[in-house]
Write a protein that binds this ligand. Structure first.
Ligand code: UGA
Length: 459
């Protein structure tokens, strides 16, 4: 059922014919779907966002994103106000009236790391059925992160079966992976650093590039399977940079060197680059851990050994425990100690707690008998769905009050702004272990705080 006003459309029949300002459907109003949709409206496209959750649609219709993402609130309201965004609860209300459909549904992990494609399959079926009634050419772009071969071997056959039409002249299907970073997703969607289109037919590639006619960035045209692989390879590479930085930082801490002096120096080498060398408690979020596990499953099913990917995940699992170790070294035993845990989201500027490193840290502290008082400016409610063995603080100061030590686990700006004098006055013993190098070590130390951090050696 179409939920807001419909937009008239002139059907086009020439294969690959999609207007530069197009009517676009997006299946899945989650993180990727909503941010991509809103960004596409800023490029002039008219977007129909399709989701099966009435609550989610309701919230979006009222201009309230169902998750926190900087700038999304106002961009969403604007898209609705200028009537470039409408909502629907089924692909059938969108596909017949649009020229292209992005699949942006979830691809959660199964046990063992392989990807659960149920939502992709079901979305492809819905779009395929709706294609029966579509007169002109229609392009399907798969944005969901899927294992190499999915577009060709899963999505395309489902679309063909459900629509009763062969892919090619009546519709096209391409891979178009997303590279959005939470916290900067709107900018990444509006002005990406590259666009990858994996198409097996020229008509599909042509139609896809028409949609991105206004984007100025490197464009990569390739096969669907290569495009799907590019997404996994990018995330594996970025996660490897973090894991190696963490391991080197742990060495630095033990040998009296500061990794945060080493990292910028090696970053001047263009072969290394300065970004993603921030050592900390490891990588969390909905992408890196899941995508590396999925890539590992793909590799194993092709009998490729995965020592590097295994090592990445192992290193990442161990890294939050470095903070627990430093707390233990400072306090002797953690039994009965009150620890302030500052930061629960997997990174700042989001309320997302998926795979947050704060969870294994919390579990480790509680296992050793500590009483954990936790705070996060945005993610308290989401974190409560993962764990209950903590006392919820209403502010950073509330968490720090009477604490024997504090662990900084997410580098929120408000934690960076904490004055050492305030921290010292609130805590029972002013010990801070910084899992994210959130604050200035020198300021903390001259302010009377016993300050330790990942990668910060004491000469
Ligand atoms: C990541 C990628 O950065 C995006 O390019 C990709 O599109 C996205 O996954 C995806 O696959 O959809 P995201 O998970 O939003 O984006 O967040 P990042 O900013 O990459 O951070 C991931 C984790 O790595 C966070 O826990 C962060 O704290 C950690 N990190 C990041 C570090 O520990 N050190 C760094 O130097 C950078």
């Amino acid at each position: 059922m179409l939920i807001s006003a419909s937009i008239a459309l002139r059907p086009r029949t020439r294969p690959g014919s999609v207007r530069a300002v197009a009517r676009i459907g997006i299946i899945g109003a989650g993180y990727v779907g909503l941010c991509t949709g809103v960004a596409l409206t800023r490029h002039g496209h008219r977007v129909t966002l399709v989701d099966t959750s009435p609550e989610r649609l309701d919230s979006i219709r009222r201009g309230r994103p169902p998750f926190h993402e900087p700038g999304l609130d106002s961009a969403l309201k604007r898209a609705i106000r200028v009537k470039r965004l409408r909502l629907a609860d089924a692909a059938g209300a969108s596909v017949p009236q649009t020229e292209a459909t992005f699949l942006c549904v979830g691809t959660p992990p199964r046990d063992g790391g392989a990807v659960d494609l149920t939502q992709v399959e079901s979305a492809a079926r819905d779009v395929g059925r709706a294609l029966r009634a579509r007169k002109g050419y229609h392009l399907v772009l798969v944005k969901s992160t899927v294992p190499p071969g999915t577009v060709e071997n899963v999505v395309r056959p489902i679309l063909e079966r459900a629509s009763g039409k062969p892919a090619g002249s009546r519709f096209g299907v391409v891979s178009n992976p997303e590279f959005l970073k939470e916290g900067a997703a709107l900018t990444d969607a509006f002005a990406p650093d590259r666009i990858v289109i994996g198409a097996s037919e020229p008509a599909g590639a042509r139609a896809a590039w028409r949609l991105y006619a206004k984007h100025r960035c490197p464009r990569i045209s390739t096969t669907p399977r290569t495009a799907e692989t590019i997404k996994y390879a990018a995330n594996a590479f970025l996660a490897a940079k973090i894991a190696l930085s963490n391991e080197l930082a742990n060495v630095c801490e033990r040998i009296g060197v500061d990794w945060y002096d080493v990292a910028p120096a090696i970053g001047h080498d263009p072969r290394i680059g300065p970004l993603f060398l921030r050592a900390g408690m490891g990588f969390g979020g909905s992408c890196f851990p899941k995508d590396i596990a999925a890539l590992r499953a793909v590799a194993r099913s092709s009998q490729v050994s995965t020592g590097m990917l295994d090592a990445l995940l192992d290193q990442n699992a161990r890294q939050p425990l470095e903070v627990a170790r430093m707390l233990r070294e400072e306090l002797g035993s953690l039994r009965g100690k009150r620890i302030a845990l500052l930061g629960l989201s997997f990174k700042p500027n989001t309320d997302d707690v998926r795979e947050t490193r704060s969870l294994p840290l919390l579990k480790a502290l509680v296992r050793e008998g500590a009483v954990v008082v936790a705070h996060d400016p945005r993610a308290m409610n989401n974190f409560r769905t993962l764990a209950s063995e903590f006392v919820a603080a209403t502010s950073a100061a509330d968490a720090l009050r009477g604490a024997d030590a504090a662990a900084f686990a997410t580098e929120w700006p408000e934690y960076k702004a904490l004055r050492p004098s305030l921290v010292r006055s609130l805590m029972r013993s002013p010990i801070v272990v910084d899992g994210r190098r959130s604050v200035d070590a020198g300021k903390m130390r001259t302010g009377g705080i016993r300050y330790r951090a990942i990668g910060l050696g004491e000469a």
